[in-house]
Design a protein around this ligand. Structure first.
Ligand code: SF4
Length: 336
């Protein structure tokens, strides 16, 4: 099958996700003693063939405890890096190393160092959607579900540099009530593209629906505004990480739920609670980086042992500390 794989503008293609492909993926995974992890934003075929599907940090935790020799991380590059940081002795493969992240790219280690130099007394809080180099310059990491707890755990008189997501930063500032937070103006192009206008239109068309909103979304502020104005009942607005969305869906019952995050999430939600009508707030909110993990790329990774993810030991040690400080705060939460 390998000779059918071609490299094109959308990544590795040429392979259909049929039974023959699935059998070969399973055979190669067993041969390598590999565990396949897939993020909730991957295409359904990749989510379904994976041994585990979930959010970024939940998958990294599985990576840290698995007996497998090889971890095949079907997600974007910073996620595979986090798996390597938490499991340095294991081989970590990403099916296509070109699968980046516009949010992680919105701050570099050099930019963060300059920002720190301007505010030498401040503590740095970084969302897990950052490179290993940025994590290595960070005091404590956070996820979308524990960001408020992390900021509240830091001394009230200490200034905080929060990066890279401006929408999550605004949410944290509002919820913590702290004024001494500086927020980096980064964003994910997919989440930022889910606008307040999208939200208003779809809530008007579905007046009884609940809303599941990822706090990275451009529409998160609009949702809080709509609830504050009484246009949407507060009880219907749920700001949730992707892992929390799954938990919420299990207790939702029936009805319609409008989902504001990357559309790949709908596959897991519909499988978890098939009796609920899940609808995307913006059906075009699709991450092209996540979709680079194609059936061909996964097959290639398992057959050839590509693309291996490595993080220099010094960077990994410093980055691990910022992740471990997050876990020590308590409820470690779930990632994107
Ligand atoms: S959806 Fe946005 S934050 Fe998530 S991987 Fe894609 S670009 Fe990055």
């Amino acid at each position: 099958m390998l000779d059918k794989i071609v490299d094109g503008p959308e990544g590795w293609t040429g392979i259909e996700a049929n039974e023959e492909w699935a059998a070969e993926v399973r055979r190669l995974a067993a041969e390598r003693n590999a565990v396949i992890l897939a993020h909730n934003y991957e295409i359904p075929e990749i989510q379904d063939i994976a041994h585990f599907t979930g959010d970024s940090l939940g998958l990294s935790r599985i990576a840290a405890t698995t007996d497998a020799d090889v971890i095949v991380f079907c997600g974007v590059h910073f996620m595979a890096e986090s798996a390597k940081i938490l499991s340095p002795e294991k081989t970590v493969l990403i099916p296509d190393e070109r699968a980046g992240c516009s949010l992680a790219d919105s701050i570099t280690a050099e930019q963060l160092q300059e920002w720190k130099d301007e505010h030498p007394e401040a503590l740095v809080v970084s969302y897990v959607n950052t490179t290993a180099e940025v994590k290595a310059l960070t005091d404590v990491c956070c996820t979308s579900s524990n960001a408020v707890d992390i900021v509240n755990s830091l001394p009230a008189d200490k200034e905080i540099l929060f990066n890279p997501d401006q929408f999550l930063g605004a949410h944290v500032k509002r919820e913590s009530g702290r004024e001494n937070i500086r927020i980096w103006a980064g964003e994910c192009h997919v989440h930022a593209g889910i606008s307040g206008r999208d939200l208003v239109e779809i809530t008007e068309a579905n007046p009884d629906a609940d809303l599941y909103i990822h706090p990275e979304c451009g529409c998160a502020n609009s949702a809080i505004y709509l609830a504050g104005e009484g246009l949407v009942e507060k009880e219907r607005v749920h700001l949730l990480s992707t892992g929390q969305m799954i938990d919420e869906a299990k207790n939702q019952g029936t009805g319609t739920v409008l989902v504001a995050t990357e559309v790949g999430m709908l596959h897991q939600l519909r499988q978890t609670a098939p009796e609920i009508d899940f609808q995307p707030v913006n059906e075009r909110a699709s991450c092209s980086y996540m979709k680079m993990i194609t059936p061909a790329a996964l097959l290639r990774a398992l057959a050839l042992g590509t693309d291996e993810v490595d993080v220099p030991a010094e960077t990994a040690d410093a980055a691990r500390q910022s992740l471990e400080r997050m876990i020590a705060v308590g409820q470690s939460g779930l990632g994107e």
